[in-house]
Design a protein around this ligand. Structure first.
Ligand code: 4FD
Length: 250
């Protein structure tokens, strides 16, 4: 998957490009990450990249011409590198809330150009002219769009085929088919008297699958009942959840 990033602080993205799953995916060429810094398009002596807001008020906005030039070059590069027109995304608290389903859509869609804002954001005409979709990672304001951009890129990249070692581990993640994840255990069998559930040591894969599904359903019921609303459970799921509820509040 090809992803272009427009940011004043491209070095922040080394957290993605040099570490872990995403770092390996970049190394293996599963993910191409390229960067454009609006500051490189500044022509004045001070290399200005911010500008004052019309109407006054505190703070600055990203300067229009340097930002647009960077987005334009990233878009052109995407088309040359992939033969596809990219989807240009802007991270802001005003955007569509990112969730696992959205990450899946982004992972299976066209190449992305991700624009990370700084200051108080960007001129609305740049949003209208150059941005295809606005996304948010949550209802809070950060000092810049870089961390949200990295969250979005990581969430999407790990769903790109071949990025995760076990493809199915992405499927078993929390929010896979909309349920929270079950509890996980590894060695030792006993941690301060707390033992691993026997079923997981039994080798009975059917029982293990059902136990994990029951735990996922139960946890979702307990912690995020909203995720169960409007969702029809199949017979097995309904049975397992009823069992869980029975045991939880007999
Ligand atoms: N919740 C998010 O996804 C998010 C995105 C960006 C951001 N900060 C940069 C910015 C501030 C104001 C306007 C536009 C961008 N903070 C949070």
């Amino acid at each position: 998957m090809w992803i272009g990033v427009v940011s004043l602080f491209p070095e922040m993205f080394e957290a993605l490009t040099r570490q872990g799953v995403t770092g390996r995916a970049v190394e293996k060429g599963r993910i191409d990450l390229e960067f454009w810094n609006p500051r490189d398009y500044a022509t004045d002596r001070h290399r200005t990249v911010d500008d004052r807001p019309y109407g006054g008020g505190p703070g600055m906005l990203m300067k229009v011409d340097t930002l647009r030039a960077a987005i334009h070059d990233a878009r052109s590069r995407a088309e040359i590198a992939t033969g596809q027109r990219p989807k240009v995304i802007y991270l802001s608290p005003q955007g569509r809330r990112l969730d696992q389903r959205g990450a899946g859509e982004l992972a299976s869609g066209p190449p992305l150009v991700v624009v990370a804002g700084r200051y108080e954001g960007i001129d609305e005409r740049v949003v209208e002219a150059d941005i295809d979709e606005e996304w948010s990672i949550g209802d809070y304001v950060l000092s810049g769009g870089e961390l949200p951009a990295m969250v979005l890129i990581d969430a999407a990249a790990r769903l790109v085929p071949g990025v995760l070692g076990h493809q199915d581990s992405a499927l078993e993640d929390s929010f896979n088919d909309g349920l929270l994840d079950c509890p996980h255990y590894t060695r030792p069998e006993d941690v301060e008297g707390r033992r691993v559930p026997e079923v997981l040591l039994s080798g009975h894969h059917g029982a293990i699958r059902r136990w994990r599904l029951k735990q996922s359903l139960g946890r979702t019921w307990l912690r995020r009942p909203d995720l169960l609303e409007g969702r029809t459970l199949n017979d097995e799921q309904r049975e397992l959840l009823e069992e869980f509820i029975e045991e939880y509040a007999p």
